[in-house]
Design a protein around this ligand. Structure first.
Ligand SMILES: [Zn+2]
Length: 314
């Protein structure tokens, strides 16, 4: 799955650190992230960006520490920081008089121009790229970026929020309100009936391959109750024997995904919620396609069911 990046490891404990020239910078705009050009995903260093943007870099807010990546047990960690790129910059004019004059792409009012050798890639296009450790780092950075971006002011009194130095936390000096990172728990449900598992397709999403029933946990609800409620709402079926399987951080949508298997209890007749789903069907384990990406908990669960049934029925 996306978080399985061994022998690399992501260390996400908050530290009040400042970047050095080798620190990697994650810079987002809209739903895109700035990456170095090339087949493999790599993020620009602070040294590259300060050299390119010159004095304009110093006018930007301080980069915010995100996490570090290291080979297991290695002391040699690479730190990752969240930063903005200058929307407009004009200190690097090198062209002849009368020319456009700005090195690289011309400054752009709607999107910060990336430095030479870099470009933007959509987050949704990133998840199947390599190396996986950098993709997982980008998804985690995206989750943190959205939280920082959407929490600049206090929701209680409207005052500006400040970054705490001891914890990954924002606090309001006016009213004392504190804000912690937002993680939305959601369940993924492997509903089985003998040799069959229930697969679905979403009604209006970009993702059009088979999925499993999934949904957000409501306030005041256990994860197991979410499983039973989502199955009843989306396909009108009842379940029993709900068992926790695995979890997955899914930064693309600010989720913590909790995978559960359960069994059909009673009638297998599907009553489809057509606002949520376009398809819900029972699929025999022998017809489950191979997981060629190794990214999502959903496909990991499909594969787990297929392998388990194959072992039981050689
Ligand atoms: Zn406040």
């Amino acid at each position: 799955m996306i978080q399985d990046i061994g022998p690399d490891r992501l260390y996400n404990t908050w530290e009040a650190k400042k970047p050095d020239a080798d620190s990697r910078i994650m810079a987002f705009h809209g739903n895109e992230i700035c990456v170095m050009n090339g087949g493999r995903i790599e993020f620009p260093t602070l040294g590259t960006l300060t050299a390119w943007y010159g004095p304009d870099w110093k006018k930007l807010p301080e980069p915010v520490y995100l996490f570090s990546l290291a080979r297991d047990k290695s002391a040699d960690r690479t730190d990752y920081y969240l930063a903005e790129l200058p929307l407009k910059y004009d200190s690097l004019r090198t062209g002849a008089p009368g020319s456009a004059g700005i090195r690289g792409k011309a400054s752009c009012a709607s999107r910060p121009a990336p430095p030479d050798g870099c470009g933007y890639v959509r987050m949704s296009a990133l998840r199947t790229r390599q190396p996986k450790a950098q993709v997982f780092a980008a998804a985690t950075a995206w989750h943190l970026y959205q939280w920082y971006r959407d929490n600049r002011h206090c929701g209680r009194c409207g005052g500006p929020l400040l970054h705490d130095t001891r914890l990954r936390m924002l606090s309001c000096p006016s009213c004392g309100s504190t804000v912690f990172p937002k993680i939305a728990p959601a369940v993924i449900v492997g509903l089985t009936d003998g040799d069959r598992i229930l697969m679905t397709k979403y009604a209006d999403r970009e993702y059009q391959r088979h999925a499993l029933i999934a949904g957000f946990t409501e306030i005041g609800e256990t994860a197991e109750e979410t499983v039973a409620r989502e199955v009843l709402e989306e396909v009108g079926l009842r379940v029993k024997n709900i068992r926790y399987y695995k979890s997955q951080p899914w930064g693309f949508d600010s989720n913590l995904l909790l995978g559960f298997f359960c069994e059909l209890d009673g009638s297998p007749e599907i009553r489809l919620d057509e606002e949520e789903l376009s398809v819900a069907e029972w699929i025999d384990y022998r017809d489950i396609p191979e997981d060629t990406e190794g990214i999502s908990l959903t496909r990991d669960m499909m594969t787990c069911f297929k392998e388990q049934r194959s072992r039981e029925k050689p």
